[in-house]
Design a binder for this molecule. Structure first.
Ligand code: KIV
Length: 272
């Protein structure tokens, strides 16, 4: 039997379901701007999430709550201009879908129409079921997000692991099954026990993308600035840093300052 993976010229929501069915793991990273998205897409990442984590890493807010729909559309449209292959998922920000299904649909339509994104992601389970159904009925693909849902941080009070108790774990499994049933194309599971994530991934046929949810899911997502080591104060156990850009960039900038001060830069080849 051939082990060659199918090549996806453009990743669609259907490709992701096919990847799960064929056992191919799905790679997903965040991006918020044109230049980074171009690199992420060129590297072959399957899914780009324009996450509301932009509120933290781009705008410097403590939580994801302050970012607005207009700001998410700005980030998403910058990312979309860079993409040749990846599927782009955009977070509906806090306050743009919680009050009623009509508002949720209006917000999702604005994202799709004004940014050119391919799909949206919403945090929550049965409490937002009607909003998700309304968006799906309009033909907009929806990704769910369960477990640690950062938009509810003030309800949880902490960013620690979710669903460690049986009651919450059971609720999460039921929510995942409901999201599949109503037509979501995938679910992000954030910061839950690996055994529970495995159980969820085995209970549904749509892809489960984990962050801090162990290896037995259908794909992984990380925040780009964290995996590149641009942030250095955020150190959760699940994070693997592939570079230490905070240090490398600081060194480069210190060298630039020194070169400007000493008039080493620009040299005779760097002028007209
Ligand atoms: O906003 C975000 O970056 C996310 C990921 C943490 C999954 O939702």
């Amino acid at each position: 039997m051939s082990t060659a993976k199918k090549q996806y010229k453009r990743v669609t929501v259907k490709s992701l379901v096919d990847m799960k069915a064929s056992g191919e793991k799905i790679s997903m990273l965040t991006a918020y701007d044109y230049t980074m998205a171009k690199i992420v897409d060129g590297a072959g990442v399957d899914v780009i999430l324009v996450g509301d984590s932009a509120s933290n890493v781009m705008a410097g807010h403590e939580t994801t709550l302050p970012i607005t729909l207009d700001q998410m559309i700005y980030h998403a449209s910058s990312v979309i201009r860079a993409i040749d292959r990846a599927l782009v998922v955009v977070d509906l920000p806090f306050g743009s879908y919680q009050s009623d299904p009509k508002e949720a649909l209006r917000s999702a339509i604005r994202i799709m129409k004004e940014s050119g994104a391919h799909s949206v992601k919403l945090e929550g389970g049965k409490e937002i079921k009607e909003s998700i159904k309304r968006i799906l009925h309009a033909g907009i693909p929806v990704m769910g997000h369960l477990g640690l849902t950062p938009q509810s941080i003030y309800k949880f009070g902490t960013y620690t692991v979710r669903a460690k108790e049986e009651e919450e774990a059971e609720r999460l499994v039921q929510d995942a099954k409901m999201l599949e049933r109503i037509g979501c194309f995938g679910i992000v599971l954030e910061k839950i026990p690996a055994a529970l994530a495995k159980r969820v991934a085995e209970s549904v046929s749509i892809p489960i993308i984990g962050i801090g949810a162990g290896p037995n899911v259908d794909g992984q997502v990380l925040v780009l600035h964290d995996m590149l080591g641009m942030t250095h104060e955020f150190n959760p156990r699940f994070l693997r840093r592939y570079l230490n850009l905070y240090e490398d960039m600081t060194k480069a900038m210190e060298q630039y300052v020194a070169d400007v001060k000493s008039v080493d830069f620009p040299n005779e080849n760097e002028q007209y």
